[in-house]
Write a protein of this length. Structure first.
Length: 155
């Protein structure tokens, strides 16, 4: 099975985060379930590390509604023009705010893939939004973007 952390993250989202389950099993139970579902142990650990790092992110002290984002060379290499434009589109649509935008970029850069596809970026954005408080509307918009085949506003 050719898998990466996105497969694990999507599995967790579809089975736990997007359901009405109030109690999420502990890490050991989740790891066992993921192994039973056919995921490789090293990929499971990488996905959990990725999620743990997201959970430990501190909110920046300085916040401004007036900001400008310049992508560094490493970010431009990993996030092609379409990906960078997509991030800025999400921010322009108020799905991402400056803090969540930076978290999306940080989590995209943390993935071992050489390049991040637009589909992967959509999932990163959704999972980042799920980690933030009071983002129900943004999460709903992001889910619509993910599950629509060809959204008109992105063409």
């Amino acid at each position: 099975m050719n898998e990466d952390i996105f497969d694990v993250l999507i599995y967790l989202f579809e089975n736990y985060m997007d359901s009405e389950i109030d109690i999420i099993p502990d890490t050991d139970i989740l790891q066992s379930e993921l192994k039973a579902a056919g995921f490789n142990s090293s990929i499971i650990l990488k996905a959990f590390e990725w999620l743990d790092t997201l959970a430990l992110q501190e909110e920046p002290v300085f916040k401004s509604t007036k900001n400008f984002r310049i992508f560094c060379a490493e970010e431009c290499h990993k996030l092609d023009m379409e990906g960078r434009n997509f991030i800025l589109f999400l921010e322009g649509m108020n799905i991402l705010n400056p803090v969540s935008r930076e978290l999306v970029i940080d989590r995209a850069m943390a993935v071992e893939n050489t390049r991040i596809s637009i589909e992967e970026l959509k999932w990163i954005a959704l999972i980042v939004l799920l980690s933030q408080a009071d983002e129900e509307l943004a999460i709903a918009h992001m889910e619509n973007i993910i599950y629509q085949d060809a959204p008109d506003f992105l063409n």
